[in-house]
Ligand binder design. Structure first.
Ligand code: GLU
Length: 462
């Protein structure tokens, strides 16, 4: 059997950490077994679905590298198929029209509650034979009244549901639109999904879906319900806990490799290992190593993994994203971005940090950090700078040579190297931090470096 999984988000809210982790597990399972992974946008709730949310799903998945096979499937375009299934169930007497008004249903539930019973539809329209004209109706599935329905879950184990506790599910609303449980069954069957991997918040839907598969004579897929992610305080994830649109992590400079590594470790483990590349995840992942309990979102761990992957990534893999975040028009005579990334990536927490550190290579500082000027630019600074400029006029330029001049000048003056290197840094970058001075000068080039030093001397009237 070829494994075929899917991710089936509703574009009614943003794709956040929880949804992305579900997508990742579903994707990993398919890729591990050399199977297929499908994306189905469940956009049947026209009022709450937005194009923006759909875009975040597509962008977020592409960014994380969760590629899907074929084109995304839009559930809203498949209604005819869902309606046909409803009609089939009606024709076979496995579904029925229910004319109960909202008020009648409310009265029924209130009575049940008063009697200490679980409120549920009592099936009063099941055997109804009249068909009142012009009365609105929904269509309900005639679910079995007796027996049990077992969910043999690959993560949660065997879960038993008593059929008497499952009331007759609405499969078509009074406006003629099919409901989630019906549409999901038809689509998963039609798309040939073998493994339904989704959040454990859907577990209660699963016995109903199994009953529908059986009533329609469709093969029941395997199910894997992934435990939820909670905030660090154990409460349900919210914005405050980092549950923002997944694309927001991209804007904050996180690496997709760090995010997938982090998400994979939520409820899944492989020994005591923490660091996994995507290739390793594909090789090692299996649903049987997913734990049953909810995990907690841990920002510090995500940051730690991001720092790790900043160091471990190939510099060339970072170029396009840093370019996007920098948003400057790099000229041919300016330092190559790859070289700049190479000298910054070890010391950067994330790509935003890296881009901030790279900016001065492409834009001269608009001002100099006041605190740094006060601390580093003093009476004797001008003499040192002049000596440096004189050397640069006379001798052949290279970062290494310039580094040596700084060392020689400072030694001759009996001061530490920082007395000259720091003022130079401030004039080049605006702040007293930059990659090593020789590398910085090398990348920036003689003309630009000297021009900035001259400008600094002038601006500060040294
Ligand atoms: N559209 C559902 C959701 O976003 C999908 C549930 C499922 O995977 O079956 O929760």
């Amino acid at each position: 059997m070829t494994v075929k999984t899917r991710f089936a988000p509703s574009p009614t809210g943003m794709l956040h950490i929880g949804g992305a982790r579900t997508a990742l597990f579903s994707w990993l399972y398919a890729r591990h077994f050399g199977g297929e992974f499908m994306l189905r946008i469940e956009d049947t709730d026209k009022e709450r679905s937005t194009d923006e949310a759909t875009q975040v799903i597509l962008d977020g998945m592409k960014w994380l590298g969760l590629d899907w096979d074929g084109e995304p499937v839009y559930q809203g375009a498949r209604q005819a198929l869902h309606i046909a299934a409803v009609n089939k169930l009606l024709d076979e007497g496995k579904a029925y029209k229910c004319y109960c008004s909202r008020e009648a249903l409310d009265v029924m539930r209130d009575k049940q509650k008063l009697a200490g019973q679980k409120p549920m539809y009592d099936g009063r329209c099941r055997e109804r034979t009249d068909a009142p004209e012009d009365e609105p109706f929904v269509i309900r599935f005639k679910s079995p009244r007796e027996g049990e329905t077992w969910v043999r879950d690959m993560v949660l184990g065997d879960v038993c549901f008593l059929n008497e506790e499952l009331d007759d599910l609405i499969i078509m609303r009074s406006d003629g639109t099919p409901t989630y449980n019906l549409a999901v069954v038809i689509d998963d069957a039609d798309m040939g999904i073998t493994h339904v991997v989704r959040g454990s918040d859907h577990l209660n839907n699963t016995p109903r879906q199994i009953q529908l598969y059986e009533a329609l004579g469709l093969p029941v897929p395997k199910f894997a319900h992934i435990p939820l992610i909670h905030g660090a305080d154990g409460a349900k994830m919210s914005k405050r806990h980092g549950s923002v649109a997944i694309t927001e992590y991209r804007e904050q400079g996180y690496l997709p490799s760090a995010v997938t590594n982090y998400l994979a470790r939520l409820s899944w483990s492989h020994g005591d290992d923490e660091v996994f590349s995507v290739e390793q995840l594909v090789e090692l992942f299996d649903l049987n190593a997913v734990g049953k309990s909810a995990s907690r979102f841990d920002q510090a761990k995500l940051d730690w993994l991001n720092t790790h992957w900043m160091k471990a990534s190939k510099s060339s893999d970072l170029v396009s994203e840093v370019e996007r975040l920098l948003a400057v028009d790099i000229q041919a005579h300016q330092p190559p971005l790859l070289g700049v990334i190479e000298c910054l990536q070890e010391r950067s927490k994330n790509l935003l940090d890296l881009a901030a550190g790279a900016r001065f290579f492409y834009e001269k500082p608009q001002s100099y950090q006041e605190k740094a000027v006060k601390k580093n630019i003093k009476e004797g600074t001008k003499v040192l700078l002049d000596a440096f400029l004189a050397k640069a006029e006379l001798e052949a330029w290279s970062g290494e040579a310039a580094h040596q001049w700084i060392a020689d000048i400072c030694e001759a003056e009996g001061v530490g190297m920082g007395k000259l290197a720091q003022p130079i840094r401030i004039f080049l970058a605006g702040v007293p931090v930059s990659p090593p001075i020789d590398v910085t000068l090398d990348l920036l080039g003689k003309d630009e470096a000297l021009a900035r030093i001259h400008e600094g001397i002038e601006k500060l009237k040294l």
